[in-house]
Design a protein around this ligand. Structure first.
Ligand code: SAM
Length: 268
């Protein structure tokens, strides 16, 4: 594994939910409202993780069917348990080589995944391949280059102050293409048309410092993977620095916002 991917740990569903799944659950309905797809179609969700977006699709979009695929067998198992619905199936699979027939889905969506795929242009070509003519593609990624994920930006600011080598691990440095213009260019070069974008923001409120810090210790995701890799004294130094520096409200809560770029396009 390369230096910049060694902390992308996606195995344990409950740990992921505590770290990112809860914000994923908050943004998914806003994304689906914006996507505004007709009821009854056959959906594919690429990188379904623990099922945050899948559950929202089933709740509000009335799909005829939904296939969720994810590279992590652990996350697929969590999604199967969490999202029990006769319309939905979850399978392990690779976004860059979809095991689905050409022109077999009306809607292909993906939440917070594209930036983690080494071959994202190929993954988009795969999503286009499985879409029926005029089918809808929709996805969203955090606005990492714009500091859009405030709580994570704060984490890495403290981590890099203590360990300058960690700068190469920050999502801001790893995913410079998560801008509106670069995402549009990527989708257009995959041959999709009618590309539109939208910034979507959700509040990320932590009730106290422990609610903020604990998920970083669980190891699921890049920043938690880094945190878990630290020796105990270094981890404690990072905890203490964040505890000292994070802005608190009078009740001890810590408020940030999270902003994603959502992209919608059509298959030709
Ligand atoms: C940040 S999580 C997002 C999960 C979920 N969509 C959500 O919104 O909570 C990124 C997901 O991408 C998945 N992933 C990474 N590489 C993948 C690949 N090549 N094919 C399929 N899934 C992949 C990971 O296993 C992980 O579940």
């Amino acid at each position: 594994m390369s230096t910049t991917t060694r902390h992308d740990a996606w195995q344990e569903g409950d740990s992921y939910d505590a770290y990112m799944g809860r914000w994923s659950r908050a943004i998914a309905p806003l994304f689906l409202d914006w996507l505004d797809v007709e009821e009854g179609g056959d959906w594919l969700e690429v990188g379904c993780g623990t099922g945050a977006l899948s559950a929202a699709i089933l709740d509000r979009c009335a799909p005829g069917s939904l296939i969720g695929i994810d590279a992590s067998a652990g996350f697929v198992a969590t999604a199967r348990r969490a999202v029990a619905d006769a319309r939905a199936t979850f399978e392990a699979g690779d976004a860059q080589a979809l095991a689905l027939p050409t022109a077999s889905r009306d809607v292909v969506v993906s939440g917070l995944v594209l930036n983690f795929l080494p071959e994202r242009a190929w993954a988009l070509a795969e999503m286009r391949r499985v879409l029926r003519p005029h089918g809808t593609l929709g996805f969203y990624v955090w606005d990492y280059p714009g500091g859009g994920l405030g709580f994570l930006h704060a984490f890495w600011t403290a981590a890099v102050a203590l360990d300058p080598a960690a700068a190469d691990l920050t999502e801001e440095r790893r995913f410079p293409f998560c801008t509106r213009d670069a995402l549009v260019a990527l989708v257009q070069s995959a041959g999709l048309t009618n590309v539109t974008t939208q910034a979507i923001e959700v509040p990320t409120l932590f009730r106290d410092f422990d609610d903020y810090w604990h998920p970083f210790t669980l190891g699921a995701g890049p920043a938690p993977g880094y945190c878990a890799s630290l020796a105990p004294p270094q981890r404690e130094a990072l905890r203490a620095r964040l505890d000292r520096d994070l802005p608190r409200a009078a009740d001890g809560s810590i408020a940030f916002t999270a902003r994603a770029w959502a992209v919608k396009a059509r298959a030709p």
